[in-house]
Design a protein around this ligand. Structure first.
Ligand code: 6PG
Length: 246
């Protein structure tokens, strides 16, 4: 059994505020040790609210130059494309805060996917501490899709939790859109993992994942915990609606 820590808030904005405070707290702790915080973020809609909050209220509350930002996954499109995770992060956060460009390690979705999946694995090898043969992130922000996917590991790709590669190239199961994603062992090598999940449409799948029963085995998010076997969930009331004693 994994050790799940569940933080439930009323509205999604309160959940985002709690996560913003977590990021600020971790960054300030690292500043005290004069070491950067290596953080990987996901894409999709949920993180956008968090990024906008950070841009609105944390521009001068976070020592941004101590943050080194990586991506959990990226769609194989240019950064200006509407589907780009980097593009979403840039417009909602990065163009509003003083984060040096040298601290940004984006997956270059505009590149040839077959070469970019290798290039990014090399970036992770060169830019991050390594443990167990995999890069180590200090903090990883993950979402959960309506099918239980996380990063770009979909239910048909559970083998990516056995891969000895750091990154993988996968097609979206419905659209076929190519994506580059961290693999399961890279994700689970992180020191700390925070799932950010909101909305009633996630309530059923979330309750199955957190129950860790047979039903959860088809969901990639169920295979995720950090290097100490812990995963923390930051939920709004709607997403937590079916979790007993939440
Ligand atoms: C992506 C994300 C993906 C996301 C989930 C949840 O590239 O889409 O990395 O794993 O976290 O699909 O997305 P929402 O936050 O939009 O529900």
């Amino acid at each position: 059994m994994k050790e799940y820590h569940i933080h439930t808030f009323g509205a999604e904005k309160e959940t985002a505020a709690a996560l913003a405070a977590l990021i600020a707290d971790r960054l300030k702790a690292n500043v005290k040790q004069s070491v950067p915080l290596n953080m990987a973020v996901s894409g999709g809609n949920t993180p956008k609210m968090l990024f906008e909050l950070l841009a609105e209220k944390y521009t001068d509350k976070i020592p941004w130059k101590f943050l080194r930002l990586f991506w959990v996954d990226e769609r194989c499109v240019p950064p200006t494309h509407k589907d780009s995770n980097f593009g979403m992060t840039y417009t909602s956060l990065l163009e509003h805060v003083d984060l040096p460009s040298d601290n940004l390690f984006r997956i270059q979705g505009e590149n040839n996917p077959d070469t970019e999946v290798i290039r990014y694995a090399d970036v992770l090898k060169n830019e991050l501490p390594q443990e167990n043969g995999f890069p180590v992130f200090d903090l990883m922000l993950l979402g959960i899709g309506n099918d239980g996917h996380t990063a770009s590991i979909f239910p048909s790709d559970l083998s990516l939790f056995e891969s000895d590669k750091t990154t993988a190239l996968v097609p979206h199961p419905e659209t076929g859109q190519l994506r580059i994603t961290l693999t399961g062992k890279t994700i689970c090598n992180a020191k700390e993992i925070a799932f950010f999940v909101t909305g009633a449409e996630k309530a059923n799948i979330l309750s199955e994942i957190i129950a860790q029963g047979q039903a959860s085995k088809k969901y990639p998010a169920s295979y995720v915990s950090d290097s100490s076997g812990v995963a923390t969930f930051y939920l709004d009331g709607k997403a937590a609606g079916n979790i007993p004693n939440k």
